[in-house]
Design a protein around this ligand. Structure first.
Ligand code: ZN
Length: 199
């Protein structure tokens, strides 16, 4: 479990935390938990997400268990710098969908003394690193990798397997389109798909 660093004496220091993993791994729930605690402590908290994520309401970060916190949809990463003036803790959800500018934005905010908490998918449905996430993982002080449970065998899952044969890296969906799988079951599923295509 991640423990928030103690605050108090000394100068205000910024830093970057990344929460990453597959779909259905509880990334957003963990982001919300940390943000709630900061807000309870009287810190000014703001949350941003890319406009592309329209699964639910446009105004809120909504996790799968519906424990939501209001958030601001933004078109580009650079907009966050303009909007986050005077904020103590900046939360960023669905970071994999942001442009690469998000990396510099997170660095600049942390340099200015802001605590930045980023949540995003580490890999796309093909198991490839997703958008700016590898760079965000590299620059972060703290990384938390969370896991889902494999739908087939019950082991820890790290892949977001796409059940449909739709292409394209960005395809929004929930359990209708994706299931979390462990490495072994993911390889099996890909092999089954290959066989299906041949017949
Ligand atoms: Zn499995």
């Amino acid at each position: 479990m991640f423990l928030e660093r103690s605050v108090g004496s000394g100068k205000k220091q910024g830093f970057i935390e990344v929460i990453t993993g597959s779909m259905f791994s509880g990334k957003t729930e963990e982001l919300i938990r940390r943000l709630r605690r900061a807000r309870l402590a009287g810190q000014k908290v703001e949350i941003y997400k890319p406009v592309i994520d329209e699964r639910y309401s446009r105004e809120e970060v909504v996790s799968h268990d519906a424990r939501s916190i209001r958030s601001t949809p933004v078109e580009t990463a650079a907009n966050i710098l303009l909007m986050a003036w005077g904020v103590d803790v900046v939360g960023i959800d669905e970071a994999q969908f942001f442009d690469h500018g998000i990396v510099e934005v997170c660095n600049q905010l942390a340099d200015q003394g802001v605590r930045v908490i980023v949540a995003g998918l580490d890999m796309d449905y093909l198991g490839k690193p997703f958008g700016p996430m590898p760079d965000l993982l590299a620059i972060a002080e703290y990384v938390t990798k969370v896991h889902a449970i494999c739908m087939r065998c019950g082991n820890l899952a790290q892949y977001s397997y796409r059940k449909t044969d739709e292409g394209g890296q960005v395809l929004l969906g929930e359990k209708d389109r994706y299931e979390p799988l462990c490495r072994a079951c993911y390889l099996e599923a890909l092999e089954e798909d290959r066989k299906k295509k041949k017949t």
